[in-house]
Design a protein around this ligand. Structure first.
Ligand code: ATP
Ligand code: SF4
Ligand code: MG
Length: 334
């Protein structure tokens, strides 16, 4: 089976003056057709940068320094190219955290949706408008004929994000990149918007790359996950299996700091310390300053992705032992 998206050793750097910041470092992952895969990591771990690079939307300071991407079996140009991004909008689209940045404030939402069909599919204006209203209905916006004539500011945050999702799925993309699609929304609306995204992706067969800092969200929507830290993949695999037996000390810490969806109340332990400065050259394991298991080897030698089980691997010298639970006493809170 050919993957919808296969990213191989992607590296992205930001330049400001003399300083070069390695925001994404040799990241590899794939998303199968129709599959939902999550990229999870703390703020600054490089999640959005990966999304922007794939969409051709990197800012001027950003540069792809290494790696290659295959999309639908063909090589894909990545980086920053507005023209590319427009073309790409058809087969790959992105839902951003803040719906207002994705919508044009001076156009009605119906007009914005309709333009997708007139521009990309040469639909007549009347036909495009009809399809725009249909789309609003599909994303469960009440009274879609009336809402279509309104401006983004006249809609609630939840409705705006539904419009953005409608736009992202309008042209039947093979992949939707959803970057923290619900963090700007009310908690009560979040679940509805995620359910909608999931539902539409299923209907249209689109693959989804879900970008989030929230491991809790991931559990309900993605089967596979890639855990990012300081621009690198620390661990990958099926989410259920990772929940049960993490193989990377960072994942263990992350899970300890996430409220469990089920089970009784427990004390949440944030991981002590902070991520490394990305403008420094990273020697050894990027997590070593915060890792309870760090040894001399960890400071000197970069750990390779070590397979620990079917579909599972972690970038840790001691991944097999961590996976086996040998270090639970040192890694987990008592
Ligand atoms: P968040 O969860 O906060 O959205 P993220 O995982 O999406 O974080 P990115 O936005 O990709 O992280 O940022 C990765 C790193 O690149 C951070 O250190 C950030 O400060 C830096 N960075 C992002 N955009 C730029 C830019 N335009 N110029 C310089 N550095 C940038
Ligand atoms: Fe910790 Fe060493 Fe594994 Fe890095 S390689 S996570 S420092 S044990
Ligand atoms: Mg981000």
């Amino acid at each position: 089976e050919r993957a919808a998206l296969a990213v191989d050793h992607l590296s992205v750097a930001y330049r400001s003056g003399e300083e070069v910041l390695g925001a994404v470092r040799e990241v590899s992952f794939h998303v199968g057709r129709g599959e939902t895969v999550a990229l999870v990591g703390e703020s600054g771990s490089g999640k959005s940068t990966i999304g922007f690079a794939l969409m051709g939307l990197l800012p001027d300071a950003g540069e792809v320094t290494d790696g290659s991407v295959q999309f639908l079996g063909r090589p894909l140009e990545i980086g920053s190219d507005a023209e590319l991004a427009t073309i790409r909008g058809r087969q790959m689209s992105m839902v951003f955290q803040d719906p207002l940045t994705a919508l044009n404030p001076v156009l009605t939402v119906g007009r914005q949706l309709a333009e997708l069909f007139t521009v990309h599919q040469k639909a007549s204006r009347r036909e495009a408008w009809r399809r725009a209203v249909d789309l609003l209905r599909m994303v469960k916006i009440p009274d879609p004929e009336r809402r279509a004539k309104q401006y983004p500011q006249q809609l609630s945050g939840g409705m705006r994000q539904r419009v953005v999702i409608a736009m992202a799925l309008a042209l039947g993309p093979s992949l939707v990149i959803a970057d923290e699609p619900t963090t700007a929304l009310d908690v009560t609306v979040q679940a509805h918007v995620m359910a909608l995204l999931e539902d539409l992706a299923k209907q249209t067969g689109a693959g989804t790359l879900l970008i989030t800092h929230d491991l809790g969200v991931v559990a309900s929507y993605a089967k596979r996950v890639y855990i990012l830290y300081a621009g690198q993949v620390m661990e990958r695999g099926p989410i259920r299996s990772i929940y049960e037996r993490p193989a990377h000390p960072y994942t263990v810490g992350l899970l300890e700091s996430v409220p469990r969806v089920t089970g009784e109340q427990q004390d949440l332990q944030p991981i002590p310390g902070s991520p490394p400065n990305l403008s420094d050259a990273v020697t050894g394991c990027p997590f070593h300053p915060r890792c309870p298991l760090a040894t001399e080897r960890c400071r000197a030698e970069t750990p390779a992705m070590t397979p620990v089980a079917e579909g599972r691997a972690a970038a840790c010298h001691y991944a097999k032992e961590v996976f086996a639970g040998d270090h639970d006493d040192r890694l987990r809170a008592p």
